[in-house]
Design a binder for this molecule. Structure first.
Ligand SMILES: [Zn+2]
Length: 434
């Protein structure tokens, strides 16, 4: 075991200071709450009232941000514009609603369609989300979520979540102007991370709100918690639509905002170039007959983009994005007819074990692989052994160790959190099979 002190661990941990709470005066009228809860939200002050853009992930954090705002203005909060429906952007809204029960709450149709589709499926989506965000991990294994601090993730309410639709009082199809208290915002459909993403534009101060189409990481073109396809071509076009506004400030759905017309244009240009590159290269490879397993080796960001601080794989990952694009466009069949009706895992594992000279040899190989730093191979060998006999505690424990080791060498926080949580679940299951 490597003990977890790897280059990946150090780089991910180095992100933490930038995820702390910060209340930022972006312009004379726009205040941004970053690090309050799991997402970034903002307040825009007009002559007679305030509009919030998003509302944070917990009432406690949103109340604290509101306390900061009240040092600058005591005008009523008349409106809330939701950049999209994800719970980490709306659960704090109860605080705004308590201040003003008549608050107008705006969102883009088809609002919350992702959450509603997943809720209809059952508890698996939530279980996988808890793994991805690391909500159930001990602090020493929980570095952050890739875009929010571990402390804020652990404050997220894990009980029954409300129907995300109940919040809206105004539903926008396409584009609308929101005019409240002397603030005018343009709100327009800008699909990407979700189908209900809004591009919010405060032209007076040239502030654009990107929602979750952008944050300081390679974006989550695919969420390993599992969601319907996030159309990557739409996402690329939505980034270009933000850039065309030529904003002077860009507020991101998570992490710190970007200021200065030149810096904003550069950031959006880099993001656009990277997303289009991965999308186009994947489509090109698909047309050349490549399978997803081949494409994840072939489709890479050019070096200057891969090293760019806005595109590090803290939250999303390029390889998982490539698989998502393939699956979103062509579905699960990789095109190779051998994979149409593959052998069942137990059948394949029994034959591999026979080839190797018995299951004991596979186990020995798995132990050796983990000791030699080949944790992925160790986990795959464990899977074969568990396919033959799922009751083996020795194999289950070895697989848990292999998953932790893979996690320690992964930069991506969602992957790390998922692997560590799954390893924890495996250890909790020990002794239960009989
Ligand atoms: Zn978000």
């Amino acid at each position: 075991m490597g003990g977890g002190e790897t280059a990946a661990t150090r780089e991910l941990r180095a992100l933490n200071p930038s995820l702390e709470r910060e209340f930022i005066r972006l312009t004379d009228r726009v205040f941004v709450a970053a690090g309050y809860g799991m997402s970034t939200f903002a307040f825009i002050i007009g002559e007679a009232g305030i509009i919030a853009v998003d509302a944070g992930s917990t009432p406690e954090a949103t109340a604290e941000a509101l306390g900061e705002l009240r040092r600058h203005s005591h005008l009523p909060i008349l409106g809330l514009v939701c950049t999209h429906h994800h719970f980490d952007h709306i659960l704090g809204s109860v605080v705004l609603w308590e201040e003003n029960p008549d608050i107008e709450i705006w969102g883009i149709e088809p609002f919350a369609n992702e959450a509603l589709r997943l809720a209809a499926v059952g508890p698996i989506a939530l279980q996988r989300a808890f793994r991805q965000f690391g909500h159930l991990l001990p602090p020493e294994l929980h570095i952050n979520t890739g875009f929010a601090s571990a402390a804020e993730a652990r404050r997220f309410p894990l009980g029954d979540l409300p129907d995300p639709r109940v919040h809206l009082t105004r539903r926008v199809t396409g584009t609308a102007a929101v005019e409240l208290g002397g603030v005018t915002l343009q709100v327009s459909h800008n699909p990407g991370e979700t189908d209900d993403q809004a591009l919010v534009w405060f032209e007076r101060d040239r502030v654009a709100f990107a929602g979750d189409n952008m944050y300081r990481s390679w974006p989550n073109l695919y969420a390993i918690r599992g969601t319907p396809y996030r159309d990557v071509r739409d996402w690329c076009e939505s980034i270009d639509r933000i850039r065309a506004l030529e904003p002077a400030h860009l507020v991101l759905g998570h992490t710190l905002p970007i200021s200065g017309a030149g810096a904003v244009d550069e950031a959006l240009g880099v993001y656009s170039r990277a997303l289009w590159h991965v999308y186009n290269a994947t489509i090109e490879g698909m047309n050349a007959g490549r399978t997803p397993d081949e494409l994840v080796l072939e489709v890479r960001l050019p070096e200057d983009l891969a090293e760019h601080p806005l595109l590090r794989e803290y939250y999303g990952a390029v390889a998982w994005s490539v698989r998502a694009i393939f699956d979103g466009v062509l579905g699960w069949f990789d095109g190779n007819p051998t994979t149409l009706n593959p052998l069942y895992p137990a059948k394949r594992a029994e034959r591999i074990a026979a080839l190797a000279g018995g299951a004991d040899i596979l186990l020995e190989q798995a132990r050796d692989a983990l000791a030699a730093g080949e944790a992925q191979w160790a986990a795959e060998l464990c899977d074969m052994l568990l396919a033959i006999d799922f009751r083996r505690d020795d194999v289950t424990a070895l697989k848990a160790d292999a998953l932790d080791e893979i996690a320690f060498n992964l930069l991506n926080a969602t992957g790390r959190n998922y692997l560590h949580t799954y390893a924890q679940e495996l250890r909790e299951s020990l002794g239960a099979a009989d």
